[in-house]
Design a protein around this ligand. Sequence first.
Ligand code: ADP
Ligand code: MG
Length: 465
Amino acid sequence: AARWARVTAIMKDFEEKCGTSIENLKQVADAMNLEMHNGLASDSGDATKLKMLISYVDNLPTGNEKGLFYALDLGGTNFRVLRVQLGGKGGGIVNQEFAEVSIPSDLMVGTSEALFDFIAAELAKFVDQEGEDFQLPPGRQRELGFTFSFPVMQSSIASGNLIRWTKGFSIDNTVGQDIVAELTRAMERRGVDMRVSALVNDTVGTLARGRYSNRDVVAAVILGTGTNAAYVEHAHAIPKLDGLLPKSGEMVINMEWGGFRSLHHPLTEYDHALDAESLNPGEQIFEKMISGMYLGEIVRRVLCRMAEEASIFGDTIPPKLEVPFILRTPDMSAMHHDTSSDLKVVDNKLKNILEIPDTSLEIREVVVELCNIVATRGARLAAAGIMGILMKLQRDTINDGEKQMTVVALDGGLYEHYTEFRKCLQNTLKELLGEEVSQSIVFEHSKDGSGIGAALLAASHSRYL
Ligand code: ADP
Ligand code: MG
């Protein structure tokens, strides 16, 4: 009984510290909005501030893009190579093919050359296997949109230096380097004849993909291994753009919101420990509370505490439970969605992943509740972030009965597959906006948008136009 009281106490304490009242979320949204203004005013070296990076995308796809274009999507656990045949005005996407490869984990923490050689080799394979369905007009070089989902200080649409790695990557000799130059050199070493015509963040690609089929798309959010957002800003509202005013009057901004840190959502001791032991301590705090790379790991850490202090899994701590990142977010989501009366899925996951046999139903219920607390906090904070963007765009209120629709394109494995997370995100935004305004805000799933969007941007920045 004393043990059970300890379990309840740990749970209650954790739940309280993960609390996200509406008042709290409104403060987070206000802080996001404020940080957006600050980040647009000037670049600061502070890793806890919003970078608000200029993407050099000042025209989004119109639907008139035409021809065969390639994309390479590097961002988290997998990387993809795509070819997309665009039909021109009214034609849409005529044909598309992709190959997906998981990135060997040693390459994520090795050298720049090894990583880019691996990518170039996959690209070479992909090109070699091209069938008759995809034809490049004679004399034309292949053109590639490169989706690179890490903070990059761009100097043009097709160049930019890596600011820092995030998520599971940490390769010292890439930081500060021009990512396009790195890829181009690797392609030359490998004999791949391709030109990078656009370097884009995955959020920017997703925004481009969304806009291609829906004119009302103004922002994009990624909820995958990491999390980030991009949106369309008025050029005159970007002081740091000084002088470089684009003709369109608009500029897509890559917020790098994963690096956001608001004083309005204090971290729990589990978050502090996760951060301290991560590859990038002190950085990407918003991302560490929201995204797929971390949610399961937070649950694992709380379970560890319960095993230590309340012996929920017996007298010793199961060794597997002490392995960082062993409990992945897809497994957490499977447990969270377990609807069987005896929580069979939870039982199986505990057995197969953590090698914990024979748990009681009460303990399995504790596990589900922990998943719920962690996913709820993440989803509600993400909703507050979106609210911050809507405030910045002044789309968080109804302007004189005007019926302007606002569409947010979303993508990423967490958003796509974690139903409870997605539902909570949608409900929370509704709660924040109120019934009336929320009718004008639409979420659209832009499936695989980041890669296709990069191909679209390669098309609109083609040298053959
Ligand atoms: P990336 O972010 O690496 O570019 P994705 O958008 O495909 O790639 O997202 C993959 C991430 O999504 C995984 O790392 C995982 O955290 C999360 N994810 C994948 N499947 C699920 C699932 N069934 N439930 C919850 N999260 C998932
Ligand atoms: Mg991705």
